[in-house]
Write a protein that binds this ligand. Structure first.
Ligand SMILES: Cc1cc2nc3c(=O)[nH]c(=O)nc-3n(C[C@H](O)[C@H](O)[C@H](O)COP(=O)(O)OP(=O)(O)OC[C@H]3O[C@@H](n4cnc5c(N)ncnc54)[C@H](O)[C@@H]3O)c2cc1C
Length: 403
């Protein structure tokens, strides 16, 4: 038993957990962050961070640490639909590029930043139980690598423990906007597949595949298909993958001339929103909200949650405002920011052919750089789909194309 009393205990110390621990520690709070993993370590993710996520890293003083690893900037996303290709910039004048640092690299930078800010970090510590008194969460119980059971207490326990969150399982938050898995994807890393600062995306029938550069001269290549094909295709991942690439023969040739350096890794994920707070607890990152990874926004979403949640808790800790009010504002802001992208992401992940009017819009965009940049920024989460696909913007694009 430990007699420590923390302001906050954070369960999980990756993209959501380390930043929320760091931000609270920087405000002077006593924070413990625990993770069953040790760092550096890998986790399933294709780790593309759009410019919006890079903005958070810049604000936190971590941009150079991430950009300074041997991970090249990505300034262009190309979406090759077969008949048309939309090529644009995901960035804004302030934040021009994306990066895709390996999680071994990124998560280590984040966890070190939390430690440097004064948070106590306990790696190889597994939380088994959430401790509650009179219906209010008051701490965690878990064990270290040696198996010693420890109980720690805090004013708030923050679940940053991902899709299989122990905290969420214990507190049973209200779930809404739930959708089952829509697609499944597999990825691996190739050497000798140069990308020249580009993310290339191919959409061909019920296959979508994409490639972009990461650390150590490697290129990540991911392919997805509808969830209905999950069981059949998992019997032969490599065969399915290589056959799918043939739908874009020039790209397939480039991959054949490259060398795969890792095993294939795959995932399918459910889609949900969870109420991210209750008596003595909060949720950030995938523990509180998850959508299909096809638009690669989970890391940027986790960064946004860390910022919103730490600000809300600061308002409560500092005595100014009531917990339910500030955390209600956190939930409202999160939901308003992600809801439009949630629907857009699930539409893409369905691999259904776009309706004819959307196909016409794509064709009208070709050659119109402003429109193509707008589409790419929508994919990257910087522009709301509601804004990009508004009647007014669509008419403007058609008019510019003389239609
Ligand atoms: C195939 C795939 C591809 C993806 N690609 C991208 C992409 O390109 N770009 C992007 O932005 N997002 C991507 N995502 C999503 C992104 O990876 C997640 O949104 C992000 O990792 C969420 O961070 P998190 O900190 O909430 O959770 P996680 O990264 O899952 O971290 C949770 C941590 O909690 C710890 N933990 C869990 N339970 C316990 C416990 N009981 N005790 C102690 N520790 C515990 C785990 O060890 C883990 O370290 C992808 C996801 C998948 C599945």
């Amino acid at each position: 038993m430990s007699a420590n009393q923390y302001d906050a205990i954070v369960v999980g110390a990756r993209c959501a957990g380390s930043p929320v621990a760091m931000l609270l520690a920087r405000k002077g709070y006593k924070v413990l962050a625990v993770d069953r993993a040790t760092f550096p370590s890998d986790t399933i993710s294709t780790h593309l961070i759009h410019p919006q996520g890079m903005t958070a890293l810049r604000k936190w003083g971590l941009y150079d640490a991430v950009a300074g690893t041997n991970c090249p900037p990505i300034d262009t996303y190309a979406f090759d639909f077969g008949p048309v290709t939309i090529t644009g910039s995901p960035g804004t004048p302030e934040e021009r590029v994306s990066y895709s640092p390996r999680r071994t690299v990124l998560d280590k930078i984040l966890v070190d930043a939390a430690a440097n800010a004064g948070a106590e970090i306990r790696e190889a510590f597994t939380v088994e139980e959430i401790v509650a008194d009179d219906g209010r969460v008051t701490g965690i119980r878990g064990h270290d690598r040696g198996g010693t059971t420890v109980t720690e207490r805090a004013r708030v326990v923050i679940g940053a423990d991902g899709r299989h969150s122990t905290v969420a399982r214990a507190v049973k938050p209200q779930q809404y906007n739930e959708r089952p898995e829509v697609e499944s994807s597999y990825y691996s890393y190739w050497s000798d597949l140069p990308m020249n600062g580009r993310s290339e995306n191919f959409i061909r029938g019920d296959r979508g595949f994409a490639a972009w550069p990461t650390n150590d001269g490697l290129t990540l290549l991911i392919m997805g298909w509808p969830i209905s094909q999950f069981e059949e295709n998992r019997k032969d991942i490599e065969g399915t993958f290589m056959k799918g690439l043939e739908l874009a023969p020039e790209f397939a040739e480039r991959v054949r001339n490259a060398k795969r350096e890792h095993r294939f890794v795959g995932a399918k994920v459910p889609n949900y929103f969870r109420k991210p707070f209750g008596a003595g607890w909060a949720l950030v990152g995938d523990a509180g909200y998850n959508k299909d990874f096809i638009t690669a926004q989970g890391i940027s979403d986790a960064f946004r949650d860390a910022e919103l949640c730490s600000n809300a808790l600061h308002e409560w800790f500092s005595g100014g405002r009531d917990f339910d009010t500030v955390m209600g504002e956190y939930q409202k802001t999160r939901d308003e920011q992600v809801l439009p992208t949630f629907g857009f992401t699930l539409q893409i992940a369905s691999f259904e052919p776009p309706p004819p009017e959307q196909q016409a819009l794509m064709a009208a965009m070709v050659g119109n750089q402003e429109a193509m940049d707008g589409f790419v920024r929508t994919f990257a989460g910087a522009t709301s789909p509601a804004e990009f696909f508004s009647e007014e913007n669509v008419q403007r694009i058609f008019a510019a194309a003389g239609r």
